[in-house]
Design a protein around this ligand. Structure first.
Ligand code: 4AD
Ligand code: MG
Length: 427
């Protein structure tokens, strides 16, 4: 059986010059002149130039290399040589060039519109940029899990179909459930709260749905949220956990994925400086800084103002209770929430939101009634305040928002392979 080398190993000189090596991948670029084909081949690890030349390669290999179009899948066997003219400094001189599949004329060429690239997203994902983003996403998620595992949190899987909302009715996607109504989950928080009574410290990493009417560079209708809940934690401990989590991921990305970051034009040093303590201000201070009215929420322009010149994220804490959901615990004056929103630098927006929760039955019922919520839908949730309730806190982190900031992406849709936004659910 043929053993195939990874392109990155050939480029890093792992195979001695002139020794035989086989690779397989896809044609990234190709041109032929004077009976020689220069075929740049990509696999998941890198791109390398292969030369296919009469005399070195057999006739059928030369014909195949001349005929095969970009994105055809191929296998090449030959010898690797260092060559200053080749991109990457090494080239593979082919002796055998076999086409696994002759691709049709590839629809993606230079200078195509964003909309077109979204129509052919399934193909555009092969681009170097998206390949690098997807690798980075993999590592970010891996480091998040690693952090919570080290902190002794248990992960579990929440339901996606739910009978009731968590973040208000306006952004719920409704489904017919055998004649009954259910919704795609807006947040797994309420389920997290159920699990803390046994596992104490829990998290979930799951898809979340919001029928967001807004068309912005920060909103998806389907996104992944990391939600964390811990028994006995107050809001301050909750904030410390968030800044340690974010700093851990930044440090890991800078230390272990610097090559990937550089490919994406992000300087690892910009992530190394992200360490506790993060900046912090009260809602009132933030209102002053952004110049908005007390009681308003921060818009995109305000998020830029709040984070101007900052090298690491900033917490805004203690929002007016009336603009936050029913489950947030109040400050002693009853006017503010024991909560925080975490804003990423350079106006990348809110990456996480969390709070201490209302843990006493009477207080919770009062808040839910004030919000005119249907208590019958939340009977199970109220049970959590009937049988051994404890003070607790938690937060939700938008995975694509985090990635957008970490990689300095212009649009959140590039932080997820198949983005769902108000005007698109295809491909
Ligand atoms: O602030 P949100 O709505 O909070 C909650 O859902 C809480 N129940 C979470 C919890 O405490 N367990 O959402 C949390 C985060 C936001 O800070 C943001 O990063 C992200 O989820 N997010 C979105 N990301 C992409 N597209 C959207 N439409 C988003 N809406 C929220
Ligand atoms: Mg929020």
């Amino acid at each position: 059986m043929v053993k195939y080398a990874a392109v990155e190993d050939v480029l890093s000189g792992k195979h001695a010059e002139g020794s035989p090596v086989s690779i397989r991948g896809w044609i990234y670029r190709t041109r032929s002149s004077g009976g020689v084909s220069f075929v740049v081949v990509r696999d998941r690890s890198g791109v390398i130039q292969c030369t296919v030349k009469k005399g070195v390669a057999d006739n059928s290999s030369c014909e195949a290399a001349q005929k095969a179009l970009v994105e055809s899948s191929i296998q090449v066997t030959g010898k690797a040589f260092q060559d200053g003219r080749a991109p990457g400094g090494w080239e593979l001189r082919a002796e055998k060039f076999v086409v696994t599949h002759y691709g049709e004329t590839y629809p993606i060429t230079r200078d195509q519109s964003t909309e077109f690239l979204l129509d052919v997203r399934h193909l555009w994902l092969r681009s170097q940029k998206m390949t690098n983003v997807l690798k980075a996403r993999h590592h970010v998620i891996r480091y998040l899990r690693e952090f919570f595992d080290e902190q002794k949190f248990y992960e579990f899987s929440p339901p996606i179909l739910t009978k009731s909302g968590c973040e208000g009715g306006s952004t719920l996607f409704e489904l017919d459930y055998f004649g009954d109504k259910v919704y795609l989950t807006q947040s797994g928080q309420l389920y997290n709260e159920a699990l803390i009574a046994s596992l104490e410290k829990v998290f979930i990493l799951a898809p979340t749905f919001r029928a967001e009417k807004s068309r912005t560079t920060k909103h998806l209708t389907e996104f992944w949220m990391l939600e964390v809940e811990a028994a006995h934690f107050d809001n301050e401990e909750n904030m410390r956990l968030q800044e340690e989590m974010v700093s851990f991921v930044c440090r890991k990305m800078a230390d272990e994925q610097s090559g990937l970051l550089k490919n994406l034009e992000r300087k690892p040093d910009e992530l190394t400086v992200v360490e506790p303590p993060f900046h912090c201000m009260t809602y009132e201070e933030a209102v002053d800084k952004a110049g908005i009215e007390w009681g308003d929420d921060f818009g995109a322009k305000d998020e830029v103002a709040l984070t101007k010149g900052l090298d690491k994220p900033v917490f805004v804490k203690n929002y007016p209770l009336k603009i936050k959901p029913f489950y947030m615990e109040a400050t002693p004056d009853g006017k503010h929430a024991l909560n925080s929103d975490l804003f990423a630098p350079q106006g990348h927006g809110e990456i996480a939101g969390g709070s201490q929760r209302v843990w006493e039955y009477d207080k919770l019922v009062k808040r839910m009634k004030a919000e005119k919520m249907n208590l019958a839908d939340y009977e199970w949730y109220l049970d959590l305040r009937r049988y051994g309730s404890v003070p607790h806190s938690g937060f939700g982190l938008g995975v694509e928002r985090l990635i957008k900031w970490l990689l300095n992406l212009e649009h959140i849709r590039d932080a997820i392979p198949f983005p769902r936004v108000i005007n698109r659910a295809y491909p």
